[in-house]
Design a binder for this molecule. Structure first.
Ligand code: RB5
Length: 145
């Protein structure tokens, strides 16, 4: 699995935490910023991650900002992206099983690094259930037309 990761200035600490997790899990990843000396605009960082996942260059994306909301809204504008904003472990599992989410968004001003790490761990290791959920995911993409 190849993961693209990025954050704005509001999500830098959790981004570092998740990069540590990816290293531990031996998951290949690329960091798309930010360097964030000053405040930046989250869509500029959601865009490359979402596009790389949409184009199939990366299997999954992880985006962090202050709330996770801006990143998730921006990522979901890119065709083929199913970005889930997750702040609990139940949803981390459910969104993989039911929505086949390919991008995970989290908010550093909402949860701490320990919970973010557990959420990412579950999200990265849970498979899509398919079956009845397949048709529903297809219907989401019908909305893009
Ligand atoms: C930045 O201040 C903040 O707006 C951003 O990190 C994010 O929370 C937006 O949704």
């Amino acid at each position: 699995m190849k993961v693209a990761i990025a954050s704005d200035h509001g999500g830098m600490n959790i981004r570092e935490e998740i990069k540590g997790l990816l290293k531990e899990l031996n998951i290949e990843f690329e960091d798309f910023g930010c360097e964030c000396e000053t405040s930046v605009d989250y869509p500029d960082y959601a865009q490359p991650v979402a596009e790389k996942v949409s184009q199939g260059e990366f299997d999954r994306g992880i985006l962090i900002c202050g709330t996770g909301i801006g990143m998730s809204i921006a990522a979901n504008k890119v065709k083929g992206i199913r970005c889930a904003l997750v702040h609990d472990m139940f949803s981390a599992k459910a969104t993989r099983e039911h929505n086949d989410s390919n991008v995970l968004a989290m908010g550093e001003r909402v949860i701490g690094p320990g919970l973010a790490r557990e959420i990412a761990k579950i999200w990265l290791s849970t498979e899509f259930e398919g079956g009845r959920h397949e048709n529903r995911v297809n219907k989401i993409h019908q909305l893009e037309k």
